[in-house]
Design a protein around this ligand. Structure first.
Ligand code: ADP
Length: 593
């Protein structure tokens, strides 16, 4: 536990030193106050009732009050500034945590172990609050100081009383710690169930599930799933509560026993005239402060076991291995200054994590600078997977992908991604304005003329002109009642405009026209070479007619390239492509006929 807390402390020390220091000042003030509260009354009572020296008594009372005032003031000030500092630390930590998630491997998001760890790491913040752990640790320092100083007073009474109390407290604490540890473990075991519960809860809460749930009449089904999952999570809560209850009962018995002993002992000493009334008050107060301080001290140690366990998860999460290929020398910005790019897949094999079969098997092909390549194939053939490998969302298990002859994993990721303009098959629009959706991170700086040019090129201007707020119309109604929903085709145009405005030097379009109406699709193909503007491009489509605009076509089947050539060559070869083309064209002819 100590190691966990120590690492945690070091971590927070780096983030916000002032928070720790201010808390310690507050604790020291509190200890001084408690000691004054034990010592001063003894002298005041003795002077007043036994020595009857009024001026001396008044002087002591004034000294006592001044020390209390100063300590109270010091404590209040340090708490006030500590709270301010805590907010800053919380903000820094939250940004660090969010940044770490955003910067993490995409592949990790499909890894349940990573997702559980992410939640467990978050518990480090949520159990007592990230800052709360520091607060507890600072209180621990305060309690240790208080225990030591009260122990010195109690020893002057009887060392055996001190030892007896210590033993009783230890028994109590061991039980407490055992239960805290048990509860912390239950807290971690609960995470996968909790994640599932939250997911099911989202089914009823998130707009994207709303239509499916209603159209398929899934309300009762979802409710049943939620009830079951809620019960699974609740069973953990019940177990934790009953553990805490047992600890509480044991604690009450021990406290009762201790009080009997100390009252009996002190009253006996007074009757024997071994103690003055002032000393009686002092010892009574010292023994109870000692008792409270030791109990608090061990309670805090117990409480710190939970965050220490969570902090282990936090560390594991922060250090979760990145699935990067061994790096060779980085090319940095030299990459961006190039004008032409070639891509080569060299015997690439890839299997999704947790799957048994390879999705891609021994894929080799080259796209020359400025060449337009089409990839076609059945659903599930592995086309989008090739895009994911090319955009470095995944790493090939075997083989290499080369950009201008260099392994793509040897470039800095940021620079590498800058040269791509990608329209993913499952692109996402965000609950922001159309302008922000097209220009994304550049939205503050983008020129209106460029925005219009991109929207014009994909046939989106008519829609924009029909909207009162034009490009500044918000999408979706998450934050704005005036937000609009785009049709599938319009959304795809936004995604295409996004790729155009990025002006990447390599275009990757995964089913870019799947949702467009025939007129918009026709227009897009007409403008294709203008849009591609001599850029190296990879174009995935189901519509074979559209592949004719490309220089070369690759046919993918069950993760393997089975044919390659121009439209004419593939038709003449009479293979799989020719067969597909025949099916598609006869379908259209049949429809027309
Ligand atoms: P295509 O784009 O040719 O339709 P994909 O590349 O999307 O095909 O998928 C190829 C195969 O890989 C499919 O069988 C699909 O089920 C599987 N697959 C895709 N993504 C994942 C994933 N994240 N995890 C496991 N299997 C996946």
């Amino acid at each position: 536990m100590l190691k966990g807390v120590k690492n945690f402390f070091q971590y927070c020390w780096k983030l916000q030193k002032s928070y720790i220091l201010l808390l310690l000042v507050g604790e020291i003030c509190q200890v001084i106050m408690a000691i004054c509260g034990i010592i001063f009354p003894k002298y005041i009572i003795n002077m007043l009732f036994e020595e009857q020296q009024v001026p001396k008594t008044i002087l002591f009372i004034i000294l006592f009050l001044i020390s209390l005032l100063l300590c109270n003031f010091g404590q209040a000030l340090s708490r006030y500034f500590a709270e301010k500092s805590r907010d800053q630390m919380y903000c820094k930590f939250s940004i660090f945590y969010a940044g770490h998630i955003l910067d993490g491997d995409y592949q990790n998001m499909e890894d349940p172990e990573y997702m559980d760890l992410k939640e467990k790491a978050l518990k480090c913040m949520n159990s007592y609050g990230f800052a709360g752990i520091i607060f507890l640790s600072a209180s621990l320092v305060g309690k240790v100081l208080l225990v030591l100083s009260t122990a010195i007073v109690v020893i002057t009474l009887d060392i055996w009383i001190l030892l007896l109390f210590f033993c009783l407290i230890l028994i109590n604490i061991r039980i407490n710690n055992y239960i805290e540890r048990k509860n912390a473990k239950l807290g971690l075991e609960e995470v996968p169930e909790k994640r599932k519960e939250e997911y099911i809860y989202q089914l009823g809460n998130e707009v994207q599930f709303g239509k499916e749930i209603r159209v398929y009449g899934l309300c009762n089904w979802a409710l049943k799933q939620y009830r079951e999952q809620f019960q699974a999570v609740h069973s953990f809560t019940k177990r934790k509560n009953s553990n805490t209850c047992i600890a509480g009962i044991v604690g009450s018995f021990v406290l009762f026993f201790q009080q009997c002993i100390i009252y009996g002992y002190l009253v006996y000493q007074v009757f024997q005239e071994r103690l003055s009334i002032g000393a009686f008050t002092m010892y009574l107060s010292a023994v109870f402060t000692f008792y409270m301080a030791v109990t608090e001290m061990f309670k805090i140690i117990g409480k710190l076991q939970q965050p220490a366990i969570y902090f282990k998860s936090f560390e594991e999460f922060i250090n979760y291995p990145k699935r990067e290929a061994p790096k060779t020398k980085e090319c940095g910005s030299a990459l961006l200054t190039r004008m032409e790019y070639s891509i080569r897949f060299e015997h690439v094999w890839f299997c999704y994590p947790g799957q048994e079969k390879y999705t891609l098997e021994d894929i080799s092909f080259e796209v020359k600078p400025g060449e337009h390549i089409a990839i076609i194939g059945d659903n599930g053939a592995g086309k989008s997977t090739m895009v994911k490998l090319l955009t470095r969302l995944y790493i090939p298990d075997k083989g290499k992908i080369l950009l201008n002859g260099r392994d793509i994993w040897s470039f800095s990721l940021e620079e590498y991604r800058k040269i791509f303009a990608v329209v993913l098959q499952d692109f996402q629009l965000f609950a922001m304005t159309i302008r922000e959706n097209i220009a994304l991170a550049e939205s503050g700086a983008i020129e209106e003329s460029k925005l219009k040019q991109a929207a014009e090129a994909v046939g989106l201007m008519d829609k924009i002109n029909s909207l009162n707020k034009g490009f500044d119309t918000p999408l979706f109604k998450v934050f704005d009642e005036g937000g609009i929903e785009l049709s599938g085709g319009e959304a795809q145009k936004v995604a295409l405009a996004r790729a155009l405005i990025k002006n990447g030097k390599i275009m990757v379009l995964d089913e870019p026209t799947a949702a467009l109406d025939p007129r918009a699709e026709y227009r897009m193909y007409q403008d294709f070479s203008k849009l591609m503007d001599g850029k190296t491009s990879i174009f995935i489509s189901h519509r074979l007619a559209s592949c004719q605009i490309c220089d070369r076509i690759l046919v993918l089947q069950h993760g393997k390239i089975v044919e390659s050539g121009t439209h004419k060559q593939l038709l003449a070869a009479g293979g799989y492509y020719a067969k597909l083309f025949q099916i598609q064209s006869s379908w259209y002819q049949g429809e027309v006929g």
